[in-house]
Design a protein around this ligand. Structure first.
Ligand code: 6PG
Length: 246
């Protein structure tokens, strides 16, 4: 199924829509299942989303029923500037009344294999049978200029049955050792929201959305929720190379 693409003037507008989707899906999930399971991403793009949820949208969320997970994490200590958990704590989680026990971080201080196994056990606590992991209500993902998403990098195995994997990959100046959730988990989610901005991602984004399916080269193409929904939130610069008829 072709994903929905929403194009925005800038990151501010995009982030406001990303925050509204959080508020909407949270209320719906709590009404239906008395809990909201959401997976966050790292990198720069989600920062404004975190700020909005911590301020303007804060009162619209029943944080006591929200469970926060991560789609991937860098294997660094929580206080390290490269920690995605640390980033979210600083910009969002320390500003909202979410119970500490509802924050399910990847233990980045462990070695990647141990952290990956540990997180698979954490996911199992929220398993949605017959799955050994939760059916997330909402997953936020980013995309690198190279087409990676979460910590699924070009050239990595496409068919993976484990829910989590230890990964070592170089991208910009970011920590190389990581833990990532895998497509079997992402693709069981009810809603996946990709956020991508900037001209540097335009060619890759156009390739990811094209009919040329090359999931080894473009890991973002491995994300195909079924029966869930996939929405791309992009700015005009990132959408700059899409064919007219997209
Ligand atoms: C990470 C992310 C990664 C990120 C992309 C895009 O922790 O590094 O999960 O997949 O989403 O690298 O990062 P930017 O938003 O900074 O471009």
């Amino acid at each position: 199924m072709k994903p929905e693409i929403r194009i925005f003037k800038d990151l501010e507008e995009l982030s406001r829509t990303a925050a509204s989707l959080f508020v909407e899906r949270c209320a719906q999930s709590i009404a239906e299942r008395d809990q909201f399971l959401v997976a966050l991403n790292g990198g720069g793009t989600p920062n404004r989303l975190f700020q909005l949820l911590a301020t303007e949208d804060r009162e619209q969320v029943d944080w006591s029923k929200v469970h926060v997970f991560w789609g991937d994490e860098r294997c660094v200590t929580p206080g390290d500037p490269g920690s995605s958990y640390g980033q979210a704590r600083e910009m969002l989680l320390s500003h909202v009344p979410i119970p500490e026990v509802n924050i399910h971080r990847v233990k980045g201080e462990l070695d990647p294999a141990a952290a990956s196994d540990d997180y698979a056990r954490v996911l199992e606590e929220f398993a949605s049978p017959p799955l050994d992991w939760p059916r997330f209500d909402l997953v936020y993902l980013g995309m690198g200029e190279d087409g990676h998403t979460a910590s699924l990098f070009p050239g990595s195995p496409v068919e993976v049955s484990e829910p989590t994997l230890p990964v070592t990959a170089q991208y910009q100046d970011r920590p190389a050792n990581r833990v990532t959730l895998t497509p079997v988990v992402f693709n069981s989610a009810r809603l996946i929201v990709f956020m991508a901005t900037g001209e540097k991602k335009a060619q890759t984004f156009a390739e990811v959305l094209s009919d040329r399916y090359n999931p080894e080269r473009y890991p973002a193409q491995r994300i195909r929720p079924d029966p869930g929904t996939l929405i791309w939130l992009v700015d005009e610069a990132a959408a700059g190379k899409l064919p007219e008829d997209s």
